[in-house]
Design a protein around this ligand. Sequence first.
Ligand code: SF4
Length: 353
Amino acid sequence: MPAPGFAVLADLAENFGDGDIHFTSRGNVQIRGISHVGAFADAAEEEKLVPSPAHDRVRNIIQSPLTGRVGGKADVSDLVQDFDAALIAQPSLATLPGRTLIAFDDGRGDVLGERPDVGVVAHDDDTFELILGGTTSGLVVSRDAVVDALIATALTWNDTRGSAWRIAEAGAAEELRAAVAEKLGERADLRDPTPDHEFDATAGLSKQIGWIDQPDGRVSLAAGLRFGVLPGRLARAIAHTQVPVHITPWYSLILHDLDEEVAEQVVKVMAPNGLIFDRKSTWLRVTACTGRPGCQKSLADTRGDASHAIAQGRLPEGRIHFSGCERRCGKPKGGYIDYLATGDGEYEVTSVD
Ligand code: SF4
């Protein structure tokens, strides 16, 4: 999103919601606590935030946020734009499950690590392997066939999924791979799937925080957010930078193409205001569901309790998630230490693999 878009989000959050912009583990932003829903929807449409209302819930598309600027094996940003346009052009795809996650990984493994339902991971600038059900499929296409392959996959899955929501849970990856290969004919090459360990599972958040030098001499700045919350006033400060920004699925955002002096200023102004530029910060490894008072199901003020525990420095190493009830909203993928509320300020602590 271009930086000025953050001023638009701040307006929406402050005029209609709770004043904050909430990031999600799927790279979405949420405005919460909306009192006048119709007026909010009109304002969002007026700001052109909803190019296709029918498809809005299924346009869950993530890309490697540093693609084309730093690292990676290919620049996937154009593919994302082309795919989004192709998705909107298919009326039937508006009925895909809203939980479907679509990813374009530039070969570093960061968004592949989010276990997307459908996507591609680059081997080089003209070779892309289809991701199905969260993992590589061995179906390989060239750049000019990527969008067709993904649309064919989405259409086939939607036609055959019955009441299933996720490809992996339905065990449908193998069948889909065969169907898409048949549709693409000579444009698809079937190989053994690339093993997961060939991609860096830590390429996401842990390596994408702080100062990142771009080969063109400019700088990308990646900042973590406490519990994924961006206050409206900080969003306005981001809007002033006038640079492209990516929102990540790791409760962080990345400002790109900054001159060094500007980047230094941004850190100086925004770090004391709560943006996290330190890779070792405990805040980056602690997440918490909304909890009380925002969620009525919660037995505890999860975010307050987590903040208190961080301030006291009494949390164990590793990823930690606080939940107010057994739904465990926003829990991390992979292993973590689970703090499950059993009462006000009381938690059962277990290790989850
Ligand atoms: S985990 Fe439970 S308490 Fe926490 S936000 Fe989800 S539903 Fe609410």
